[in-house]
Design a protein around this ligand. Structure first.
Ligand code: NZQ
Ligand code: ZN
Length: 386
């Protein structure tokens, strides 16, 4: 096992009715900016619950953060933070609202002229404006990690940022919120969380036994809950298992002491930047081709995965590893997610070269757990996804 540091300062308040505890989590006397998305919270009662809990606070709102949080919109929110002397942020939403809030947490204290530099120059945020979250969509794990992904439509860019200053102070996870999530977003949440686990697991064996079993158990739980939560998102027990699995998939725990990949995400982000394909779906497009392309380097872990997660006991390491890849693709299909780029856009010719070019421009020339995926390799992988 590799050496590691582990600190996750985010307090989790999990369960039915926990939104009411907002009032005790936000420091008294704070001037709060409540941030949300396109308005789903106004239809499902979350907005009212939050408003009630914030009754004693001086609070301003900013709605309209779109999926794939857009830089231009966030810059409008930044103006509100400055004009209103905001000192506490509250994100009420899914990954996009939470990530947008993380950007604002960083940008609010940034001393340079142009906050885009935080993303462009990869400046880590060691201190941000304090913020909490009310999660409305299990998927990204953003509610308990310190990363964010921000989109800039004018230059078709989707960039990552992060730093130890960007953990939420608290996150409220009430599984009741899952009841109103449309099927497409439930499927996205399942696929995103599942791929998060794979990115931290499907590398090479280093006998980190507990991390392996944590990862396998999250995947097993997601597989088990997937058909049930797709069918009935209002089942609280299933929603609770779904929600906690998504958080645990990317709160840092399972990646400690082990190699991680993340190449699927880096290629996937380019597909969202180019075509606006939902984040989770880009992962489903790239995962199969990536594992096939990197088969020799990953086959031991693929075989272990096939055996322990999918109960494939027969055959050689290679046979099991191939079966593991197929099971993964079948899993995406089982939740209604298509896995070929051409099923999302007819305009796919030339995508692989474009992705390779973009990765190169950003200095992403050595992806994966071995740093062996060059832009030329990415080009071949994306081409396999057509
Ligand atoms: O905007 P509203 O009206 O609220 O509707 C949202 C949005 O349209 C809707 N929704 C959310 N909660 C709902 C609901 N609808 C009904 N009932 C509810 N309870 O769902 C839609 C999608 O929301 P979004 O926040 O965009 O989804 P998700 O949580 O999947 O976030 C995706 C973003 O997170 C980034 C992705 O790249 C993408 O930009 N990621 C962030 C990560 C992180 N910070 O750690 C890691 C991930 O790998 C990912 O890259
Ligand atoms: Zn993801």
């Amino acid at each position: 096992m590799r050496n590691f540091d582990y600190k996750n300062p985010t307090k989790i308040l999990f369960g039915k009715g926990e939104i009411a505890k907002l009032k005790t989590e936000i420091p008294e006397g704070s001037k709060v900016l409540m941030l949300y998305g396109g308005g789903s919270i106004k239809k499902n009662g979350i907005y009212d619950q939050v408003q009630k809990a914030l009754a004693g606070f001086d609070c301003v709102e900013f709605g309209g953060i779109p999926p794939n949080p857009e830089y231009a919109v966030l810059m409008d929110a930044l103006k509100v933070i400055k004009e209103e002397n905001i000192d506490y942020l509250l994100a009420v939403g899914g990954g996009s609202v939470i990530d947008g809030t993380k950007f604002l947490s960083s940008a609010a204290l940034y001393e340079g002229d142009e906050p885009w530099e935080i993303l462009d120059k990869k400046i880590p945020t060691l201190k941000g404006m304090p913020f909490g979250t009310v999660l409305t969509l299990p998927a990204t794990g953003s509610e308990m990690n310190s990363g964010a992904v921000i989109t800039r439509a004018d230059i078709k860019e989707k960039r990552v940022m992060g730093g130890s200053g960007l953990f939420p102070q608290f996150s409220i996870l009430d599984p009741s919120v899952v009841a109103s999530i449309p099927e497409r977003q439930i499927a996205n949440g399942l696929a995103d969380a599942y791929t998060h686990v794979m990115e931290q697991y499907m590398t090479f064996p280093i006998e980190a036994n507990l991390q392996d079993r944590f990862a396998e158990s999250i995947m097993q739980t997601l597989i088990e809950v997937a058909p049930k939560i797709m069918k009935d998102p209002s089942n609280y027990t299933d929603a609770a298992n779904f929600m906690w699995s998504c958080t645990m998939a990317l709160n840092g725990l399972i990646q400690k002491g082990v190699p991680t990949d993340w190449a699927i995400h880096m290629m996937g982000h380019e597909l969202t930047a180019l075509y606006g394909i939902d984040h989770a779906r880009t992962l489903a497009i790239i995962a199969g081709p990536h594992y096939k392309y990197s088969f020799e380097k990953k086959k031991e872990k693929l075989a272990q995965y096939a055996e322990r997660v999918w109960d494939i006991r027969e055959g050689s390491v290679e046979n099991k590893a191939h079966a593991g890849i197929q099971k993964t693709i079948d899993f995406f299909h089982s939740i209604g997610i298509k896995t070929q780029l051409s099923e999302y856009t007819t305009d796919f010719e030339g995508t692989s070269a474009e992705v390779a070019k973009r990765l190169k421009e950003k200095g992403m020339i050595a992806l994966g757990e071995h740093g062996a995926i060059t832009p030329a390799d990415a080009e071949k992988i994306v081409e396999m996804s057509y």
